[in-house]
Design a protein around this ligand. Structure first.
Ligand SMILES: *Cc1c(COP(=O)(O)O)cnc(C)c1O
Length: 394
């Protein structure tokens, strides 16, 4: 099959990132002077902390402007290894770390070095928008496993066991999760680990980019910290975007078994080479400065209060349900009773009440809507009020 424009089969079925495109429409409406409440953002609304920006400016002024090693500057790779050891209980050495252009490139690199046509990748649904596209681009098959709202949208050991086939190569686990805010607890991870270890050669890609954003009683646990056996099977994908409000900097990292990391370095050396040199010095500051902890905690506490505000507002909507999100900055709620598809719901909500939200179909769940609380409380309150009017008008 050759497409009319001469495009490859690889990209013929690729859809644009739904989250990025809704934000773009909302921004365009705002630019026209409309009073849009944007609750669709996938990025923190805070500035990158001052000490991190200053470190990058300093690096730029010191002339850190040339090509560096494709894998990242050694000091940053070491700082990531130290962080993973101290905070996550993961024993990676410096040469098991690759610095990439965001978590997205990390995941893309991984798909390219791990997957062949015919391989299966298990994706718990709802999933982050880019996972299926990245897996499909690598030619592998996505195996979608729906999770239950009553289980907090978390994959159970029984569901994982059922989805396994002789072709299963990778499981992607995202905790805290986008779009649901789900955080896997220790006993849930232990149950999954038992199934994972029962299959030889199954790798788990742990996307832990929201690890710093957990609320209430919840705390983040890295799957790989459970035992040395599980550690051998885990590949970590993370980055600076969400924890440090550094989305535009494009810095993520991969940590995993050395042969996989070496292959990813090799691949990246032929695609993007090193991440922007002076940006890496900002990331190094983020990991090593004693000032960072307080900046992160301030953002986390603000997110925590907004979460409570938003969950309360959504639960007050007639016919709408949502589990308590324990991490990230999203609320994922069920609109089945409205009888609308998620796209109809979001299009009408934007048109009739000027509120931007993301349809759940983008995450594989057409009966749900994602709202983001990565915006100020006044916008959240106004958005919730309009959402209430909208749902009541249906
Ligand atoms: C934001 C995000 C990423 C990666 O973001 P980058 O900006 O590329 O670092 C990865 N996974 C999930 C689930 C995300 O929400």
């Amino acid at each position: 099959m050759v497409s009319a424009a001469g495009l490859s089969q690889r990209v013929a079925h690729l859809s644009p990132s739904a989250t990025l495109s809704i934000s773009a429409v909302a921004k365009a409406m705002q630019a026209e002077g409309l009073d849009v409440c944007s609750l669709s953002a996938g990025e923190p609304d805070f500035e990158t902390p001052e000490h991190i920006r200053a470190a990058a400016v300093r690096a730029l002024e010191e002339g850190k402007t040339r090509y560096g090693p494709a894998a990242g500057i050694p000091a940053l790779r070491q700082a990531v290894a130290d962080k993973l050891q101290q905070e996550n209980g993961l024993n990676f050495s410096r040469d098991q770390i690759l610095i990439s252009n965001g978590g997205k490139q990390t995941l893309f690199n991984l798909a390219m070095v791990l997957l062949d046509p015919g391989d299966e990748v298990i994706l718990p649904v709802p999933y982050w928008v880019s996972y299926p596209e990245i897996v499909t681009l690598a030619g592998a098959k996505v195996v979608r496993v729906p999770t239950e709202e009553a289980q907090g949208f978390k994959l159970t050991a029984a569901q994982l066991r059922q989805a396994l086939t002789p072709h299963t190569k990778v499981l992607i686990l995202n905790s805290p999760a986008n779009p649901t805010g789900a955080v896997y607890h220790r006993h849930e991870l232990e149950a999954l680990a038992e199934v994972i270890l029962s299959v030889p050669d199954l790798y788990v890609i742990c996307d832990e980019i929201y690890e710093k954003l957990v609320y209430g009683e919840a705390h983040h646990i890295s799957l790989g910290s459970l035992s040395p056996e599980v550690f051998q099977r885990t590949i970590l994908s993370s980055g600076f975007a969400k924890a440090y409000a550094m989305t535009g900097w494009r810095i993520g990292y991969l940590a995993g078994p050395k042969p996989i990391v070496d292959a990813a370095i090799n691949l990246q050396s032929h695609s993007t080479s090193n991440v922007c040199t002076f940006a890496q010095y900002g990331a190094l500051e983020a990991l090593t400065s004693p000032l960072s902890a307080a900046s992160i905690e301030k953002m986390r506490q603000e997110f925590s209060q907004r979460r409570d505000l938003m969950v309360q507002g959504i639960r007050a909507l007639p016919g709408v349900t949502c589990p308590q999100p324990e991490g990230a900055f999203y609320v994922f709620f069920n609109i089945r009773q409205t009888g609308l598809s998620s796209v109809e719901f979001c299009q009408r909500l934007l048109k009739e009440q000027q509120v931007a939200a993301v349809p759940g179909v983008a995450f594989g769940a057409d009966h749900c809507i994602r709202l983001s609380y990565a915006t100020d409380r006044a916008t959240i309150e106004k958005g919730l009020h309009r959402l209430h009017q909208f749902v009541c008008s249906l």
